[in-house]
Design a protein around this ligand. Sequence first.
Ligand code: 89Y
Length: 340
Amino acid sequence: MRKLKFAVIGCGFWADFQISAWSEIDGVELIAVCDSDLEKAQKVAKKFNIKEVYQSADELFNKEQLDFVDIISGVNAHLVLVKKAALNGVPVICQKPMALALETANELVSFCRERSVPFFVHENFRWQSPIRKVKEIIDSGIIGKIFKAKISFCTGFPVFENQPYLAETEKLIIADLGIHLLDVSRFLLGEMRNISCQIKTINKKIKGEDVANILMETEDNASCFLEMSFASVVEDDHFPETFIMIEGEEGSIYLGSGFNIKVTTRKGTKAERVEVNNYAWADPDYAVAHSSIVDANRNILSALQGLGKCETTGEDNLKTLNLVYAAYKAAESASVVQIN
Ligand code: 89Y
């Protein structure tokens, strides 16, 4: 099968990891990079040995024959860039969050749909190997019908050092991190019926909320509790590990520290440690998240090649974003919001 040629638009913090992750995958060739800050684009091009460098997305689309484009820019540029790609008939991958408002996300998805341009969202958390393992165990049926779940990501890791823009973001932890956990909830438990939420700002140096507690009811009548914090003072402060407890009528699954999973049934408890790929380019603190980029990309590529189905299409991701904004609405109104 011929290699699919692609370009990257946006050469900031995340581009390094995203491009390194693509380099683990056969079947693609990065032929151009683009950033409105030419120096940034040149730096990335030099590091990854990419010949073509652009400052303007219009010029990129005019000059290059692309099989797809990977948009890794800041969220505010998504609308313009995704539309440019779609107008040029180029399939597009866009980082999460695809937009900062549900209306904009809807606009992006419809714009691509109306032009029959495939549109994918890069949502990697559900591709973390321990989370895939939890899903596999749920699907085996061993814990029976699920009635309760808790997904937890509480850290004191200095997120604002690597991603300073987060300190300036008005809607912070739910839109940045909660979006992953809401997507993981949908992946593990299916769609939600309603949502309530409480948010807090503990760190007074930042604009948005750094703590959120979300309670949802699934369409299968299970309760799903998400807790997230960037303000926690905790002993075992790895980043970014997600702890998960799923309780079913016949047993439970616990994903705890160090990627250890315990499955308990009435016959006893079985423990196993899930392997996480530690790629040479990955930051060891983020190994579980960085390795999941490779699997997320692989899944999108299989759809681009017509070999498989992408789990995180724009259409699918709208459902996750719908939960993000329903959570904010629930927090503002201190009420339970029904999900359509
Ligand atoms: O930006 C966030 C993400 O996507 O995953 C974790 C993170 O880096 C900080 O919350």
